[in-house]
Design a protein around this ligand. Structure first.
Ligand SMILES: Cc1cc2nc3c(=O)[nH]c(=O)nc-3n(C[C@H](O)[C@H](O)[C@H](O)COP(=O)(O)OP(=O)(O)OC[C@H]3O[C@@H](n4cnc5c(N)ncnc54)[C@H](O)[C@@H]3O)c2cc1C
Length: 345
């Protein structure tokens, strides 16, 4: 993660903070900003090198491909107000108002790929706040444990020394949060319910081409009921890539069947179907990306869940709540920060 640290060596030094947030996807970044705006000392850790989580963009040669979330919609007033600032700052704009039909409802794209939203938010955390959160990347939390006065978060061997925090917000996909709680033997009546929250697997195929595939305007096809590909997008036509490059998202049932296969067999399986969308263009490179936790099968209706209040609030958030998707992650992150603040008042 980029951005100026608030201590001399945030990557390795143990911290004692008001709130530790696991996960620097949209939910974690949103919670961090809200809490830090009140003057709280916040530590934001992620196991990945860069922030964003499922706001994911990959470079292949000269091409840039979104391979997690492809676009987002806006329904709530809170998210609309946030997105307005993203638009003003030139980070996102309206890609289309539908894919086969114009339904008048804007679908937003990130101008430099979806991961740039996270990079922009991480930059704002550092520049706007009096007490910016400490960022630590490549820090894989492996347990959350209750101490006498604070929570203690430990990490996979070698990634980071344990940290202490008055409050903790967990934003990984819910099954991964449950693992963290179970590893730390956190007693909460919510564990059984949380364990029922399942996530869809999605296999994505990323393809660079020698020329445009000529997909219909706006350069993408969305087909929720197609048995092979539910979304096919030309990243160049979308405006995020200098070179022709197509992202395919396999349908849920097909993704389930492909999941155990190695990449070669995945590609052999979808090769003929894939070619139908390439307009005769030659494939330069192809990669397979597997999303084990693409999205919740059924998100919880509440915006976040406070699973323990002692020694301080322990909150689960992310797109498993608040309606899922990009907007749900934002709203859930905001709600988790409010839950921590309310607990303090
Ligand atoms: C294939 C695909 C297509 C999608 N399409 C769309 C779409 O078109 N529109 C839309 O609105 N949404 C879409 N989504 C959903 C959207 O991307 C997510 O809802 C949203 O990005 C989730 O944000 P989050 O912050 O809740 O979780 P994440 O983005 O998953 O963030 C969680 C973070 O936690 C980190 N983490 C996990 N475990 C640990 C650990 N133990 N220690 C430290 N860090 C950890 C991860 O590295 C990650 O950065 C799609 C998702 C996928 C995968």
């Amino acid at each position: 993660m980029s951005g100026g640290p608030a201590t001399s060596s945030p990557q390795s030094e143990s911290q004692h903070v008001d709130c530790l947030i696991v996960g620097a996807g949209l939910a974690g970044l949103t919670a961090a900003r809200r809490l830090a705006s009140t003057g709280s000392r916040v530590l934001l850790v992620d196991k990945a090198k860069s922030p964003g989580g499922r706001l994911a963009t990959r470079r292949i040669g000269a091409a840039r491909l979104d391979h997690g979330a492809q676009f987002f919609t806006v329904r709530s007033a809170d998210f609309a107000a946030e997105v307005e600032t993203w638009v003003e700052d030139g980070v996102v704009d309206v890609w289309a108002h539908g894919f086969s039909d114009d339904d008048g409802h804007p679908r937003y794209r990130a101008v430099e790929g979806m991961s740039s939203i996270a990079k922009y938010l991480a930059g704002r955390l550092q520049s706007e706040l009096l007490r910016p959160p400490v960022h630590a990347s490549r820090a894989e939390a492996n347990a959350v444990m209750a101490g006498a006065d604070t929570w203690s978060v430990t990490y996979a061997a070698g990634s980071r020394e344990p940290d202490d925090a008055v409050a903790v917000i967990l934003t990984p996909p819910v099954p991964q949060c449950v693992e963290l709680l179970r590893s730390g033997v956190v007693a909460t009546p919510h564990l059984d319910d949380l364990e029922k929250i399942d996530y869809h697997k999605v296999v994505a195929i990323l393809v660079t081409l020698d020329r445009s595939p000529g997909l219909p305007e706006p350069g993408a096809i969305q087909q929720a009921d197609d048995p092979t590909f539910t979304f096919v997008a030309d990243n160049q036509a979308k405006g995020v890539s200098d070179a022709p490059a197509v992202t395919f998202h396999c349908a849920l049932e097909l993704s389930r069947q492909l999941w155990p296969l190695d990449d070669g067999n995945v590609l052999a399986h979808i090769h003929t179907d894939m070619r139908r969308y390439l307009g005769g263009a030659a494939v330069s490179e192809v990669q397979v990306k597997r999303w084990r936790y693409a999205g919740p099968v059924e998100p919880r209706p509440e915006p976040c869940l406070v699973v323990a209040e002692s020694p301080g609030p322990l909150v689960i958030a992310g797109d498993g709540f608040a309606g899922a998707k990009v907007e749900g992650a934002f709203l859930s992150g905001l709600a988790a920060a409010e839950a921590v603040l309310n607990n303090r008042r």
